[in-house]
Each structure stands twice: as C-alpha cells, then as structure tokens.
Design a protein around this ligand. Structure first.
Ligand code: ADP
Length: 241
C-alpha cells in the first residue's frame, strides 16, 4: 500500500504543484489519477519513485517512508512507463527491455531471456526483439515500454499517460492488455490520465484532481457516476452519462 499524508510540492520557481494531498493507494489494484493538464498528476506520480521529492508531508510504501530509501533502490522496485514509451532509439528492443536489469547487474544472457518472456507477456512477437524502436508502430513501442517497466519485476507500476500518443483503436487494445496484465500479474498500478473514460475503464479507484492536486472526488467508477460530489465532477464526468 502507498500512502500520501499531507504531501505538498513547491517547485523552485514558486509553483505550488501539490497542496496538502492525502491518499491511500491499495496494493494489487489500479488507482487512476485523473484531471486536466496542470492538476499535479505527474508530480504526484513521480514522488512515488522520487523523481520528484515532496516539500512537506510524508509518503510511505508498505509503511516505509520513501525519503529514507535511495532513489536508485526505489527504481529497482518500481516500474515506470511514460508517454512516448521513452525508449532509447539506438538500442534494440531487447536491449531496451533489459536496460534496468543490466544496470542492476543481471548477466546479459539472463536479462535477455527474461526480456523475451516479457515480450510474450505484453503480446509482442519475439521476432521484433532485434529491431530498433523506430522500426515499430506506436502501439508496439508502448508495449515495449510496458515490458521495460515490468523488467525489474516490480510490485508497483507507475504509468504516466502511457497510451496518450497512440490512435484510438490501438489504445483500446492496450487498455484491455493492461487489464489482463494486472489480473494476471497482480501489480499495484498507479495510472495517470486526463481522459475520464480511460480512468473509469481501468480504475478500481478513481481519483479526480483539480488544480494543486486537490481531490474533487475519489471512489469506484460506479460510486462517482452514481453520485458526483460537485458540479465540477458532474461536468468532468459528463452530464450525458
Ligand atoms: P499534470 O500532470 O496534471 O499535467 P504536473 O504535475 O505536470 O500536472 O504539473 C503541476 C503544476 O506544476 C503545473 O502548474 C506545472 O506547470 C508545474 N510544474 C511541473 N513541473 C515543474 C517544474 N519542474 N518546475 C516548475 N513547475 C513545475
């Protein structure tokens, strides 16, 4: 379980990106942070693996305060998948997937064998292993990104708009794959999107954010749809549902 307690983040230029945010993210579920651009979603997500450090408040993973864990250690335990897959263009698919395990000292042969298994897991043909990212479709690149996120065998997978850059049909496919993966692998997934439909499709827990990471409402999709907590939420989830 991940717990934010009264977390705030002020960047050096004075921007208060997150103001007194508290949330419990249960293990082995998908929690979606959804809100418009600038609401603080990415900042919140990046605090979990210390790509961003909070200015105040406490953030714990399974009772352990993240500020006491070295970022490099955290990133060995936590997978991170971002928009545009973040793949290294000059490395083959298989090397991209194996990057972090190799940095962690896993021997090449073993890291590659695992990478091939992960290609199966995310529905990528093993024949693509020797290609470079630019030789893949956008959807395939995102699958490689997910495989890379899983390569450290994390309990927690952070996903920042991972399907934002692919066309709607591929996107629907990737969303279904993620649901399958989560059921099979039993990961704690924290997923960021600005798309409320995606949030309702994927989230066990959906957290609707306003500026400054203020929680407008949180709950299951059914709870939010049945009983929007404010006009803001009602308009965000769409009056025509
Ligand atoms: P979202 O992911 O919801 O679009 P972000 O977490 O990226 O929101 O940003 C929240 C706010 O913090 C925005 O106002 C953004 O401009 C600001 N912000 C994000 N990163 C930085 C940074 N490194 N320095 C200064 N301000 C930042």
């Amino acid at each position: 379980m991940i717990e934010f307690r009264s977390i705030s983040k002020r960047f050096d230029d004075g921007t208060l990106a997150v103001d007194d945010f508290s949330l419990v993210i249960p293990s082995r579920r998908v929690t979606v942070l959804v809100g418009s651009s600038g609401s603080g979603k990415t900042t919140l997500l990046r605090m979990i693996n210390r790509m961003v450090d909070a200015t105040s408040g406490e953030l714990e993973i399974d009772g352990e305060n993240v500020s006491t864990i070295e970022p490099v250690q955290l990133r060995r335990r936590i997978g991170y998948v971002m928009q545009n897959s973040g793949l290294l263009p000059h490395r083959k698919v298989i090397d991209n997937i194996a990057t972090v395990p190799r940095l962690n000292g896993v021997p090449k042969k073993q890291a590659h064998a695992r990478a091939l298994e992960l290609m199966d897991t995310v529905g990528l043909d093993r024949d693509l292993a020797e290609r470079y990212p630019a030789q893949l479709s956008g959807g395939q690149q995102q699958r490689v990104g997910v495989a890379r996120g899983l390569a450290v065998d994390p309990n927690i997978l952070l996903m920042d708009e991972p399907f934002g850059a692919v066309d709607p049909i591929v996107r629907a496919d990737l969303q279904q794959e993620l649901l399958r993966l989560q059921r099979e692998l039993d990961k704690t997934v924290v997923f960021v999107t600005h798309d409320i439909d995606e949030a309702f499709l994927l989230g066990h827990q959906v957290v609707i954010l306003e500026k400054g990471g203020r929680i407008a409402q949180k709950g299951t999709p059914a709870e939010i749809l049945a009983n929007p907590a404010s006009e803001f939420v009602a308009s965000f989830v769409g009056a025509d549902r």
